[in-house]
Ligand binder design. Structure first.
Ligand code: AHM
Ligand code: MG
Length: 321
């Protein structure tokens, strides 16, 4: 068997402007091994089920949302290169008292509805530059996705995998039985064409016209305007749906819908859409809010929501035309 490179080998070879970002990635990767073990232990460790409280988004928190949030928060606070953090599970930002270095935004356990039913869930993270010479404020987190220094996710599935983009390219690491991250997927890329879409079809009646039309055309298959049959997948864990798209192409949509017209979508810009958009673009795909590239959006609020259309470039163009 050939020897696979470790994450440490890979990070050592990465050409980054500020080498300390590698320490942040390493700290997150280590924390995610701990998260993987807690997730895998499920009912044995008594970590399944509701926590009995809601988060800032008014969503019911699961015990694992809180446990995983604490693991990442503690790991980041202990990392000297981290100046501050923001999480889906925390109403406000938290700072470490340090200036310079990096800010990290994260969703500690994405795919909450799948936690108790043993379906893939994940951790999503985005690393941003922190201000020099002073402590960070909430406004310092409101940077466009193009300013991300690194982004990644870990999917806790049949294999636990870390997918990372730092200076360039997208790389996938598989967690070994010994708890090491081994480079198994080099320079991941997304086909420009696909015949597979991912959307929660139960919301169809609430969609806006362009999304309704796009999916209608796909559903008509080879006899319709697209002239080919489409397949559908929806895991309901963004991490798992995006991972599938990185592995074999596809398009993912969580569009605006009329259920809550004042909310622009379900997914959050700073710790879900932006990191995934950077990974997808670096893999040759596209990510928009239906019109504009996600990475060009100027955030205005920490927990801001955004419609998301991402994946195979030619399909995303069709929806975003
Ligand atoms: P979460 O962060 O509370 O888990 O919510 C985000 C998740 C995404 O992972 C997934 O794409 C979406 O919500 C699924 O939503 P729905 O249950 O409406 O299909
Ligand atoms: Mg989430």
């Amino acid at each position: 068997m050939t020897t696979l490179k470790t994450l440490a080998d890979h990070l050592a070879a990465e050409q980054t402007a500020d080498v300390a970002v590698k320490d942040v990635v390493a700290a997150i990767a280590k924390a995610c091994i701990q998260i993987s073990n807690v997730v895998a232990s499920g009912a044995i460790s008594g970590s399944l089920g509701a926590a009995g409280q809601v988060n800032v988004q008014d969503e019911e928190q699961k015990k694992l949302d809180i446990i995983t949030n604490d693991i990442l928060r503690d790991a980041l606070k202990a990392c000297p290169a981290v100046a501050g953090l923001a999480s889906e599970e925390l109403e406000e930002i938290e700072t470490t008292g340090r200036a310079g270095g990096f800010l990290v935004t994260f969703d500690p356990l994405d795919g909450s509805s799948n936690i108790d039913v043993n379906v893939s869930v994940g951790t999503i993270f985005s690393i941003l530059p922190a201000p020099e010479g002073r402590e960070a404020t909430e406004a310092d987190f409101l940077l466009s996705g193009r300013q991300q220094v690194a982004a990644g996710y870990v999917v806790y599935g049949p294999q636990t995998m870390l997918v990372l983009t730092l200076s360039k390219g997208v790389f996938g690491f598989t967690m070994s039985a010994e708890g090491d991250w081994l480079l198994t997927h080099e320079t991941v890329s997304i086909n420009a064409d696909t015949a597979e879409f991912a959307i929660n079809m139960s919301n169809q009646r609430h969609w806006a016209e362009p999304v309704r039309r796009y999916i209608d055309d796909c559903l008509q298959g080879k006899d319709g305007p697209r002239g080919k049959n489409f397949n559908m997948r929806w895991v309901a864990s963004m991490v798992a749906d995006v991972h599938r798209i990185l592995m074999r192409g596809g398009i993912f949509l969580y569009p605006w819908d009329a259920r809550e017209p004042d909310k622009p979508g379900k997914l959050r810009l700073l710790y879900e859409a932006n990191p995934m958009a950077l990974i997808v673009e670096r893999a040759g795909g596209k990510a928009t809010d239906g019109k504009t590239a996600i990475l060009d959006l100027q955030p205005t609020r920490l927990h801001q929501r955004v419609p998301v259309v991402l994946g195979s470039a030619n399909e995303v163009d069709l929806v975003s035309a």
